[in-house]
Write a protein of this length. Structure first.
Length: 298
């Protein structure tokens, strides 16, 4: 039997996705390979079935991704006849447009912002659908469903429009674009319960598995050549899973025995820590997410 709460959230999200197709000329769906963007793809396919999804997926590829996620992305695209556009951070580094970070905490996560903005400009996307949720982080709670960005891709919470009932205003000026968040009203638990209800496939790194890791700053980091380890940071093998998936240099694992979907849901239901607690990039400062959003982050 279908959960009535999840049905309401699904209907709302599908309505928003259809509004994007109706109000914008050239939208794209931002895809990271994580559970939220996978759910968005599932919702988009439902929204337009039996027709094809009428816009491409856009993946900003840092080059430091989990191999399991890229393999899953390519299979999802092939199996469902989806169009995929990839914007590569490496290409902008090679061209001199971006400079690789150095040091112990070096990451390409910040480089996703100019790479995304360049992709939006080059492809002339006027709307980008994203999987942000209000419960992820305090800065996310300030977002509208249709979040207007200026001609420089920047976000100003004071210039967002009121959204009354189900009225979504997609009118934008020259150079502006909109970030759209169809699952903004969902929680992490809602996403997992919807994955179970719809039998949606997700990358296996979301489930407990053996992995080489090391400890740093109280977090469990995945061992990778992409991460600059200190000599005293010893790699060991243990059972972990990932609550959130991003660039390997900014995504921590969590100790877990949850190897089945029901176990993951039970674990999330009993947790009092947001999944963003495992995002290393959010720990650079208290306002890290808001600062990134203001200059063009997802």
């Amino acid at each position: 039997m279908q959960n009535s709460h999840l049905k309401h959230l699904e209907n709302e999200a599908i309505f928003i996705i259809r509004e994007v197709a109706a109000q914008f000329n050239n939208p794209a769906l931002m895809f990271s390979g994580g559970k939220d963007s996978i759910v968005l793809v599932h919702l988009a396919m439902k929204a337009f079935a039996p027709a094809a999804v009428p816009f491409p997926l856009l993946h900003v590829d840092t080059g430091h991704n989990f191999e399991e996620v890229i393999t899953f992305r390519d299979k999802l695209v092939d199996d469902n006849n989806l169009k995929l556009n990839v914007a590569y951070v490496q290409e902008l580094i090679d061209s001199g447009y971006l400079i690789e970070e150095k040091g112990k905490y070096a990451s390409r996560n910040q480089h996703q912002i100019p790479t995304l903005l360049k992709a939006i400009e080059e492809n002339k996307y006027d709307a980008c659908i994203g999987g942000a949720r209000r419960d992820e982080e305090k800065a996310r709670a300030k977002e509208r469903i249709f979040s207007v960005r200026d001609e420089f891709g920047q976000w100003n919470e004071k210039e967002q429009r009121p959204e009354l009932f189900d009225m979504l205003n997609g009118k934008i000026g020259m150079g502006q674009n909109v970030r759209v968040f169809p699952i903004s009203n969902w929680t992490e638990l809602d996403v997992w319960e919807y994955i179970r209800q719809e039998n949606i496939q997700i990358p296996n790194i979301y489930f407990a598995h053996n992995r080489d890791v090391f400890n740093r700053d109280g977090l469990i980091w995945p061992a990778s050549d992409f991460i600059n380890k200190a000599e005293n940071e010893e790699v060991y093998e243990t059972i972990v899973r990932f609550r959130t998936v991003g660039d390997m240099t900014c995504t921590a694992a969590v100790s877990s025995e949850a190897s089945r979907l029901d176990d993951v849901i039970a674990e999330i239901a009993s947790s009092d820590i947001s999944e963003r607690g495992a995002r290393i990039d959010d720990k650079r400062s208290e306002s890290a997410m808001e600062t990134r959003k203001k200059i063009g982050y997802f």
